[in-house]
Design a protein around this ligand. Structure first.
Ligand code: NAP
Length: 291
């Protein structure tokens, strides 16, 4: 008989809590990282029902897991069980990464750095002093708005179907950073002009995501401005209609796969106190874009 030694008495436990989790690629991402970093850790999904969230966190603390991710729908609700937050997590009001240090839980939001690193590396554009347009005002938008403001963009224009959600994000930015934030309802007549004036346009809505791939956050036909960069948080499909239209007009376009991978890399670095080498990140990116 062959003895299975993948998990031993010394293996560290990592995981993700959310619901549903069946489509999550985080277990594959983190277990691939552990294998290639030669780190004795295993990452598992914990699908948790809302009424069990408190018990689940207590359990994770009691079982002394090294850390865990938090995903939809618990990124906000989990905060009441966390002991200390990073500045980003506190500003956004959402945690996606928790580290357990001797029973004390530290909450982070790595979507912020995940977006910033992906945007800068993949677009080649510096964010300082730029004008950004954010389409959408959900969780992804909040994290990206804070990331953009920390990077010193001069203005963020938030366009959303539900204006109150855009206003909440604008308030966070205007009350805590030097960046000026403004908001518009999707059907505001000024929207086409706002879109044309941005250096960067970022889709943070779920419009265009598989299987509704005809969806788009911009009404086409629409003429973008030369030199604009289009970013879409969606990575399935790899090219949404929003990105395809931009590409047709000769613009630089970036999808959300880099953000997804970099938020995971940063979480792993926080849990394990390691630096993931660039070459491994490039290989991971290539492997996950072929999934
Ligand atoms: P969320 O909090 O539910 O926000 C959804 C946003 O999309 C809201 O602004 C919502 O507008 C808008 N929206 C949805 N359906 C719409 C419609 N039919 N018409 C107009 N607006 C619509 O979701 P989220 O967590 O921010 O996620 C948004 C997208 O980002 C998803 O596709 C998700 O997979 C992706 N994401 C990617 C990453 C990554 O790492 N690449 C990370 C996080 C999220 P209202 O406010 O008016 O409802």
């Amino acid at each position: 008989m062959r003895i299975i030694s993948g998990v031993t008495g010394k293996t560290k436990l990592l995981g993700v809590i959310g619901n549903p989790l069946s489509h999550s690629i985080s277990p594959q991402l983190h277990n691939t990282l552990s294998k290639h970093m030669n780190i004795d850790a295993v990452y598992v999904p914990f699908e948790v029902k809302k009424e069990n969230l408190s018990d689940a966190i207590k359990g994770l603390r009691a079982l002394n897991v090294a850390g865990f991710n938090v995903t939809i729908p618990y990124k906000n609700d989990v905060m009441e069980y966390i002991d200390e937050f990073s500045r980003e997590a506190e500003l956004i009001g959402a945690v996606n990464t928790v580290k357990n240090e001797n029973g004390k839980l530290y909450g982070y939001n790595t979507d912020v750095s995940g977006f910033v690193r992906s945007f800068k590396e993949e677009s080649g554009m510096d964010l300082k002093g730029k004008k950004a347009v954010l389409l959408g005002a959900g969780g992804a938008s909040r994290a990206i708005a804070v990331g953009l403001a920390f990077e010193g963009v001069s203005r963020i224009s938030i366009i959303n179907r539900t204006i109150s959600k855009a206003e909440q994000i604008a308030n966070i930015i205007n009350n805590n950073t030097l960046t000026v934030a403004e908001c518009f309802c999707t059907n505001d007549l000024k929207v086409p002009e706002v879109l044309r004036e941005g250096d960067i346009i970022i889709n943070t809505t779920s419009l265009g995501m598989f299987p509704d791939i005809e969806g788009t956050p911009v009404n086409f036909p629409f003429e973008f401005t030369k030199g604009q960069v289009l970013y879409d948080v969606i990575y399935n499909p790899a090219k949404t209609r929003f990105l395809m239209e931009g590409e047709k007009q000769g613009l630089k376009t970036v999808n959300g796969l880099g953000m997804l991978i970099y938020q995971g890399i940063q979480a792993y670095e926080i849990w394990m106190d390691v630096k993931v080498p660039e070459r491994l990140i490039k290989n991971l990116y290539r492997a996950f874009s072929e999934l």
